[in-house]
Design a protein around this ligand. Structure first.
Ligand SMILES: Nc1nc2c(c(=O)[nH]1)N[C@H]1C(S)=C(S)[C@@H](COP(=O)(O)OP(=O)(O)OC[C@H]3O[C@@H](n4cnc5c(=O)[nH]c(N)nc54)[C@H](O)[C@@H]3O)O[C@H]1N2
Ligand SMILES: Nc1nc2c(c(=O)[nH]1)N[C@H]1C(S)=C(S)[C@@H](COP(=O)(O)OP(=O)(O)OC[C@H]3O[C@@H](n4cnc5c(=O)[nH]c(N)nc54)[C@H](O)[C@@H]3O)O[C@H]1N2
Ligand code: SF4
Ligand SMILES: [Mo]
Length: 730
C-alpha cells in the first residue's frame, strides 16, 4: 500500500474528529494529531487512534465470497456480482420489484447513501429501502421536524456549548460515546455554567454534573412535563417569546398542567425538590440548552418525549436565540448526512419527501427518469427486517450488522436466514455477512474519498490516503457494476466527486441544500454547514467573491452554522408546540419480569463491534458484555461481582458476568449491546415501535434475572472470536 500524509476524519462516530494520516515506519499508516480541526482540536478517543488497525489485510476481507455447498468460499468479482444481479432480477421477475430490499447505514458517506437510494428507486424500482439510522435518531428527527420544520441534529456548533448558561443533557453519555466532546461540558462549568444530566445510571458524564436526575428508564416524557408544569407554576415562562415565535402553547400548556410534580415523582422516581432545582438551574441564566441522545429517543414514545423537551425550551424562550436551543447528539459517522439523501424509506435527496409531487419531479429530472415511475415510501428498518422471507425475497445490505444491533435479534437472524438470497457489502465478515449468499469486500475510509456530515450539520471531506489492497472495490463501484448488470449503464459514477456533484443538484432547493458546497471548498475550509445554497445562477457576482475558498468572481454562500435565529423553518416561521402526555413503556415490569433492562455503549467498542472487536487494543479494554446491577439487586440474586447472570425477557435469554455498582437504579439493569453470542443484549430487547418515527424501544424492556450456577462465564461464548473467511486459495 502507498501512503501520503493526509488530513482526514475518523471512520467512527458523528463527531467526525479531524486527524492526519501519515506513513508509519513499518510501512503501515499512523494517526497523527490534526489540531486545526475545531471540533476535536487534536483530541481523539481510543477508537479513532487505533482505526488504522483494520486497514491491514489480516482482519479484513480481500476477496468476494460466495456460498457453495453451504460454505462461503472465495470467488471472482465477476461471479459474485453476477450472482447478486441474477438473484435481484429473479426476485423482481417472479415476485415484483418490492421483493428486492435494500438496507443501508448511517456510517456510509453522503455519496454512498445517495447512490444507494437512487439504486433502489431507479435500478430496482423498489420501495423497500431503509437503514440503521432508524434505530438511531429517528425520534429526534421526527420531533425536530414537527416543532421547527427542519431536522438538523444540532442547530448550532459545539463551540456554543461552553458559552451558554445551563445544559440539560438527557440520556447522553459523551464520556463514553464522544470523549473529545466532553471538553465542551467541562468548559461550560469552568465558565460558570451549570450541567444537568438525566440518566438512570451515574455515568462518568453524570459525575461531572451539578445535578444528576436518575429517572426510571422510559419516563423522560413525564419528567419533561413535570419540569414544564413547574415552569408555569413558578411563572418562569417567556410570554413575549411564546406570543411572537410559537404556536400551540395553550394545548401544550394544558397537557403539561395535568402532570403535577408529585405525580411525576411517582412515575419517574425523581424527588420533587430535585425537579425544582432543575427548573431553577435551567431558568436562571440568560441562555440554556437541552441536548438529547439515545436515552429518551430510543423509546416507543421517543418522538413525544423529545417533543416534551422541545416544549420546555419553547416555553422558556430557549430556541432560535443565540446560545440557546434544543439539539440532538447524532451518533454514527454520517448519522446526519446519512438521513438526508435518500436511503430512508420515505425520503428523497436534500431531505425531500418521497410523497411530495414537486420533490419527485425535481429529483426525477436530475435522475433522468419519469417521476411517476418512482416508488412510494416503504417499510421502516425493523418492519423491513421482520418482513424478510415473506414478501421480501432478496436483500442487499451495506453498512450495518443487524444480527447484533437489531431489536429482537434472534428473530431478525431467523428472518435473514429465511431469505432466498442475501448479499452483504462489508469490510469484515460481520455476523450478518456470515449468513450471506454473497459477500463483497469493500474499501475503507482511508482508501477512498467522500463526504460526511457531522452532528453539527458540518459537511466535511474524508480523503483517500492510501491505495486499497488488491481484491477490494468501493461501494460506489459495487453499485455501478450491479446497475450495469441490471441494464442501467449510466447514472452510477464510481468517482465520489462526480456523485457529489449530482447530489448537489438533487439537493438544490431542498431543506438540506448542499448545492453551494464543493469538494474544493471542503478541502480549503474546516467543513461547511448546510443549508448552503448555490448562488442564484452560479453566475459571477458583481463584486468578487466573499467567503473563504470561493472561486474568484463568484458570490459564495458561507453555510449556516446557526439555524432559526430569525425564523423557524415552518411555513409561518413560528415553532410549534406539540401537546403530549405521559404514557407507560410498551412493557412495564410485572411479577414474571420485575426488572427493567436498558442498553447502551462502552467507550472502547463501537456499535455491533464488527470493527472494534477486531482491534486488539480495544478488545482488551472491553473484552465482553456484562450486566450492570445495583448491590441490592445482586444481593437478592445471590450474585457476586463477575458471576454469570442470566437476563430473561419475553424474547429470549442472555448470559453475562455481573458488574455490581451503586451507580445504577436498583430497579434497572444495563447491558452494552456490542457483542454477539450468549451475551447479546438484543436477544432481549423489545421491537415495540414509536408510532411516528418507527424507532424500536431499545432503552426499556421488562426482564427477570437468574443466577447461573455453572461457573465461570465462558469467555468464548460471550465474546466469540470474530468469524474469518476461509483463506484465499492461491
Ligand atoms: N464508544 C462508542 N461511542 C459511540 C458509539 C458506540 O457504539 N460506542 N455509537 C455512536 C452512535 S451510533 C450513537 S447513536 C451514539 C450514542 O450515544 P449515547 O446516546 O450517549 O449512548 P447510549 O449509551 O446508547 O445511551 C446514553 C445513555 O442513556 C442512558 N439511558 C438508558 N435508558 C434511559 C432512559 O430511559 N432515559 C434516559 N434519560 N437515559 C437513559 C444510558 O444509561 C446511557 O448512559 O454514540 C456514538 N458513539
Ligand atoms: N440494544 C441496543 N441496540 C442498538 C442500540 C442501542 O443503544 N441498544 N443502538 C442502535 C443504534 S443508535 C445504531 S446506530 C445501530 C448500529 O448498529 P449497526 O447498524 O450494526 O452498526 P455497525 O456495527 O456500525 O455496522 C456497520 C457495518 O458496516 C461495516 N462498514 C463500515 N463501513 C462501511 C462502508 O463504508 N461500507 C460498507 N459496505 N460497510 C461498512 C462495518 O464493518 C459493520 O459490519 O445499533 C442500534 N442497536
Ligand atoms: S470521538 Fe468519535 S470521531 Fe472522535 S476519535 Fe472517537 S470515534 Fe472517532
Ligand atoms: Mo446510532
Amino acid at each position: 500500500m502507498q501512503i501520503s500524509a493526509t488530513p482526514t476524519h475518523c471512520p467512527y462516530c458523528a463527531l467526525q474528529c479531524g486527524m492526519n494520516l501519515t506513513p508509519a515506519p513499518d510501512g503501515g499508516v499512523r494517526v497523527a494529531e490534526r489540531a486545526d480541526f475545531p471540533v476535536n482540536r487534536g483530541a481523539l478517543c481510543g477508537k479513532g487512534r487505533t482505526a488504522p488497525a483494520l486497514l491491514s489485510s489480516r482482519v479484513r476481507l480481500t476477496s468476494p465470497l460466495v456460498r457453495s455447498q453451504g460454505r462461503l468460499t472465495p470467488a471472482s468479482w465477476e461471479e459474485a456480482l453476477d450472482r447478486i444481479a441474477g438473484a435481484l432480477a429473479r426476485a423482481r421477475g417472479e415476485h415484483g420489484a418490492d421483493a428486492c430490499a435494500v438496507f443501508g447505514g448511517g456510517g456510509l458517506t453522503n455519496e454512498k447513501a445517495y447512490a444507494l437510494g437512487k439504486f433502489a428507486r431507479v435500478v430496482l424500482g423498489t420501495s423497500q429501502i431503509d437503514y440503521n439510522g432508524r434505530f438511531c435518531m429517528s425520534s429526534a428527527a421526527a420531533a425536530g421536524n414537527a416543532a421547527f420544520g427542519l431536522d438538523r441534529g444540532l442547530p448550532f456548533p459545539l463551540e456554543d456549548i461552553p458559552r451558554t448558561g445551563c445544559v440539560i443533557l438527557v440520556g447522553s453519555n459523551p464520556a463514553e460515546t464522544m470523549p473529545p466532546a466532553l471538553r465542551y461540558f467541562t468548559e461550560l462549568r469552568d465558565n460558570g455554567g451549570t450541567l444537568i444530566v438525566v440518566d438512570p445510571r451515574r455515568t462518568r458524564t453524570a459525575e461531572l454534573a451539578d445535578l444528576h436526575l436518575a429517572p426510571r428508564p422510559g419516563t423522560d416524557l413525564a419528567l419533561a412535563l413535570g419540569l414544564l408544569h413547574l415552569v408555569v407554576a413558578e411563572a418562569r415562562t417567556d410570554e413575549a417569546y411564546i406570543r411572537e415565535r410559537t404556536t400551540g402553547w395553550q394545548e401544550a400548556r394544558a397537557a403539561a398542567m395535568a402532570h403535577w410534580p408529585e405525580y411525576v415523582e411517582r412515575i419517574t422516581g425523581v424527588p420533587v425538590p430535585r425537579l425544582r432545582e432543575a427548573v431553577r438551574l435551567f431558568c436562571a441564566p440568560e441562555s440554556a440548552m437541552v441536548l438529547t441522545a439515545r436515552g429518551p429517543e430510543q423509546q416507543a414514545k421517543g418522538t413525544d418525549t423529545v417533543g416534551a423537551w422541545i416544549n420546555l425550551c419553547l416555553a422558556t424562550g430557549r430556541a432560535g436565540r443565540p446560545l440557546s436551543g434544543y439539539g440532538c447528539l447524532t451518533g454514527q459517522g454520517n448519522g446526519q448526512g446519512g438521513r438526508e439523501h435518500g436511503q430512508k424509506a420515505d425520503q428523497l435527496p436534500g431531505y425531500r419527501k418521497l410523497t411530495d409531487p414537486a420533490a419527485r419531479r425535481h429529483v426525477a429530472e436530475v435522475w433522468g427518469v419519469d417521476p411517476d415511475g418512482l416508488p412510494g415510501p416503504g417499510r421502516s428498518a425493523y418492519e423491513l427486517l421482520d418482513a424478510l422471507g415473506s414478501d421480501i425475497r432478496t436483500l442487499l445490505l451495506m453498512g450495518s450488522n443487524p444480527v447484533v444491533s437489531a431489536p429482537r435479534a434472534a428473530h431478525v437472524e431467523e428472518r435473514l436466514r429465511s431469505l432466498d438470497f442475501l448479499a452483504v457489502c462489508d469490510v469484515v465478515l460481520s455476523e450478518t455477512a456470515a449468513l450471506a449468499d454473497v459477500v463483497l469486500p469493500v474499501t475503507q475510509w482511508a482508501e477512498e474519498t467522500g463526504t460526511t456530515t457531522n452532528l453539527e450539520g458540518r459537511v466535511v471531506l474524508r480523503r483517500r490516503a492510501l491505495t486499497p489492497p488488491d481484491g477490494v472495490r468501493s461501494d460506489l463501484e459495487v453499485l455501478h457494476d450491479l446497475a450495469a448488470r441490471l441494464g442501467v449503464e449510466k447514472g452510477f459514477p464510481t468517482d465520489p466527486e462526480e456523485v457529489f456533484e449530482e447530489l448537489r443538484r438533487a439537493s438544490a432547493g431542498g431543506p438540506a441544500d448542499y448545492s453551494g458546497i464543493t469538494y474544493r471548498r471542503l478541502a480549503e475550509e474546516n467543513g461547511v454547514f448546510w443549508p448552503c445554497p448555490a448562488p442564484a445562477d452560479s453566475a459571477p457576482a458583481p463584486e468578487s467573491g466573499s467567503g473563504s475558498g470561493s472561486e474568484p468572481g463568484f458570490e459564495v454562500h458561507p453555510g449556516t452554522p446557526r439555524l432559526f435565529l430569525d425564523r423557524f423553518a415552518t411555513e409561518d416561521g413560528r415553532a410549534r408546540f406539540v401537546p403530549v402526555t405521559h404514557r407507560p413503556s410498551a412493557e412495564e415490569p410485572d411479577e414474571e419480569y420485575p426488572v427493567l433492562l436498558t442498553t447502551g455503549r462502552v467507550v472502547a467498542q463501537y456499535q455491533s463491534g464488527a470493527q472494534t472487536r477486531r482491534v486488539e487494543e480495544l478488545n482488551a479494554a472491553a473484552p465482553g458484555p456484562f450486566v450492570e446491577l445495583h448491590p441490592r439487586l445482586a444481593a437478592r440474586l445471590g450474585a457476586a461481582e463477575g458471576d454469570p447472570v442470566a437476563v430473561v425477557s419475553r424474547r429470549g435469554r442472555a448470559v453475562a458476568p455481573a458488574r455490581i455498582t451503586a451507580g445504577i437504579r436498583p430497579d434497572t439493569v444495563f447491558m452494552p449491546f456490542h457483542w454477539p453470542g450468549e451475551g447479546r443484549a438484543n436477544t432481549l430487547t423489545n421491537p415495540a415501535l414509536d408510532p411516528t418515527s418507527r424507532m424500536p424501544e431499545f432503552k426499556v424492556c421488562a426482564v427477570r434475572l437468574e443466577r447461573v450456577r455453572e461457573e465461570p462465564v465462558n469467555q468464548e461464548r460471550v465474546n466469540p472470536e470474530p468469524v474469518q473467511p476461509e483463506p484465499v486459495q492461491p
